[in-house]
Design a protein around this ligand. Structure first.
Ligand code: ADP
Ligand code: MG
Ligand code: ZN
Length: 609
């Protein structure tokens, strides 16, 4: 850029020099003569006119040609001519004109060559500094937030578009009410809530709920994601925060929504390395701004996070985000309601029962359910159907959980048989153990990273899990391994992830849930979180080596118990196992009814179904 400027300046300078040499040196083009020649010409009466300009003589001959000559300086022209022997009679015939050096031209001829380069240099500097300033102000404008004003949206969201989340909605309705009629609250001496923190797993509808508030409240609603606060420029995060709060205050009554606040709100002083200062400065600025609200300032800050556990305690202090609303994963009824909302624009077959879909989707978040309905519609469209069927939705559940089917993956006959027995093992155990959830579906079609799956679902929503349920789960996990060993005499890699999961489960029974008789009702290990990665990556061992060994042996006892139980059941029900595996090899996927039909001849019945 700089080089380009200099080049331009040089080019301009060159052009100007050219023009000037043209303007001022025109006389050079004329023929010049000496004073002797001039005197001769005058004496012979050839000269018409001489105009004198300083020492330059412009001579016009009678035949019209123009010539130039120079006289001595300091001596007058007539004197010079006389000195050279001009005839005075002839000289009188020549018209003489003495012109002053034209003053403007004179000054220009002096000033321009000296000043022009100066002007150009100043010009170049001015230009460069202007560019630099523009750059700098660009840097400053980073401090200006990309604050978005919601409200003028086409797709206005209201509380009606949010299913479930009753408590959260109530809490937020109160906020809306407060912004609409602050007097009612202020008169009774109530302090206005400053901050409201929405906490919940990803996809539980935090952002959606905030947008609904925007749609309902009728006050300006500003939205910013906390990660936008943090820029690579030091100090800008804080500047931006200031700007955001100022904008919101100017528009009061207003709502300021800070999404994903954990991006800046992590506990201070825990991080390592650079970059944290910036985050901390931003967080400090948020705290300062929130404290700076006057008692009756009508700006309410709503923040959302899915990591409340890592938030700085200062954020949760009264007077800041003193109201906290937890958004739970939807329960059965809520799931049905969410499905209904997202089924609205999709033509469904009359027979579609969303309740059944809700039953099959425990643990799904609102976002998962929205995604599910979308996948179902895509699936229907792909098969050129105009309406979505129940099966489309069922198939999409597995797609959402496990990834797309891998029907195209070629598997050998042997591999298919191993997978069939493996899944049959899981399914048989799930059906046999009364504390296990019943089997909903078994399949040996690979999906994502799994070769097959056995889907079992609880009969009703449960928020607690008992020890016997855990033990049953542990046993079912062993099913694949045991079945493979029983039939083929060896295990495959297919069982390794089951074993890994079983080990993890058994370990948490001992260390987290206090479910080991021997270790007693206490927990072991302090799970530390690395702020950098935002993931649990280290568990601090806060117990002795001796305890560690005891924990290991307890874990082994749980695993052994599950293994023995699995062996016992599979060993005594080998015929059932064969039947399930054969059906799987043949049909690849068994729905609950098919599965129950296989069990029936053996007088086996799943609990609850
Ligand atoms: P997050 O909690 O991660 O901010 P979002 O609010 O972005 O989740 O939710 C993502 C999407 O999931 C929403 O746009 C909406 O379609 C759907 N969704 C989530 N919860 C609900 C709900 N309670 N009712 C209806 N739709 C929901
Ligand atoms: Mg969100
Ligand atoms: Zn398995």
């Amino acid at each position: 850029m700089l080089y380009k400027n200099i080049l331009w300046a040089a080019l301009t300078l060159f052009c100007i020099t050219l023009i000037f040499s043209f303007l001022f040196n025109t006389p050079a083009k004329l023929e010049s003569m000496t004073i002797n020649q001039l005197v001769t010409k005058i004496n012979s009466g050839e000269v018409q006119k001489i105009s004198v300009q300083e020492n330059n003589l412009n001579i016009e001959l009678k035949d019209g040609t123009k010539v130039v000559a120079k006289k001595e300086a300091e001596v007058s022209l007539s004197q010079t001519l006389y000195n050279y022997g001009v005839k005075s009679s002839e000289l009188q015939k020549v018209s003489m004109e003495i012109t002053d050096e034209s003053s403007s031209k004179f000054w220009m001829s002096i000033l321009i060559p000296t000043l022009l380069p100066l002007i150009i240099i100043i010009g170049v500097f001015w230009y460069i500094s202007k560019q630099a300033k523009a750059g700098a102000s660009q840097a400053f404008s980073f401090g200006k937030s990309n604050l978005k004003l919601f409200g003028s949206f086409k797709d206005r969201v209201t509380f009606k578009d949010v299913a479930g989340l009753k408590e959260a909605k109530q809490e937020l309705e109160e906020v809306v009410d407060f912004l609409k009629n602050p007097k009612k609250f202020l008169e009774i001496g109530a302090r206005i809530p400053r901050g409201l923190l929405l906490m919940g797993a990803p996809g539980t509808g935090k952002t959606l709920l905030a947008r609904a508030v925007a749609g309902e409240s009728g006050v300006p609603f500003f939205y910013i994601s906390a990660s936008e606060f943090v820029e690579m420029f030091v100090g800008v995060g804080a500047a931006r925060t200031r700007d955001v709060f100022q904008t919101a205050k100017r528009a009061a009554p207003s709502i300021l929504f800070i999404d994903e606040i954990d991006a800046v709100g992590r506990e201070r002083g825990t991080g390592m390395g650079g970059g944290h200062d910036e985050r901390e400065q931003t967080l400090n600025q948020i705290l300062t701004e929130m404290d700076g609200f006057e008692r009756d300032s009508r700006v309410i800050v709503i923040a959302a996070t899915n990591r409340p556990d890592i938030l700085d305690r200062a954020l949760l202090r009264p007077g800041r985000f003193d109201r906290r609303v937890v958004l739970d994963l939807p329960d059965l009824n809520d799931r049905e309601a969410i499905l209904k909302i997202h089924a609205k624009e999709k033509p469904l077959e009359k027979s579609v029962d969303l309740r059944k879909i809700a039953v099959r989707t425990p643990g799904f978040s609102g976002a998962d359910l929205a995604n599910l309905m979308n996948e179902a519609a895509i699936l229907a469209a792909r098969t050129n159907k105009k309406i979505v069927s129940q099966d489309d939705i069922y198939l999409s559940i597995e797609k959402v959980i496990l990834g797309p089917e891998k029907r195209s993956r070629l598997i050998s006959k042997k591999e298919k048989e191993i997978t069939a027995y493996h899944e049959a093992g899981h399914a048989l155990l799930a059906a046999s153990l009364k504390n296990s959830d019943p089997v909903h579906k078994v399949s040996i079609i690979g999906r994502g990273r799994v070769g097959g799956f056995t889907m079992k679902l609880p009969l009703e929503e449960n928020h607690l899990t008992t020890k016997s349920q855990f033990l049953a789960d542990l046993t079912v996990l062993m099913g694949g391994y045991v079945a493979e060993k029983e039939i083929f005499g060896e295990m495959s890699t297919g069982a390794s992830s089951d074993l890994k999961e079983a080990t993890k489960l058994a370990r948490s029974l001992v260390t987290q849930f206090g479910m080991s008789e021997k270790m007693g009702p206490m927990t072991f290990g302090d799970t530390q979180e690395m702020v950098f990665l935002g993931k649990e990556i280290s568990t601090e061992k806060n117990y002795s080596e001796k305890i560690a060994a005891e924990i290991d042996s307890e874990v082994k006892i749980f695993i052994d118990l599950a293994h023995k139980t699995a062996q016992k059941i599979i060993g005594s029900r080998k015929k059932v196992l064969d039947a399930i595996a054969n059906a799987l090899t043949e049909k690849e996927t068994l729905e609950q009814e098919d599965f129950n039909a296989i069990l029936k001849p053996f007088n086996l019945k799943q609990v609850g179904v």
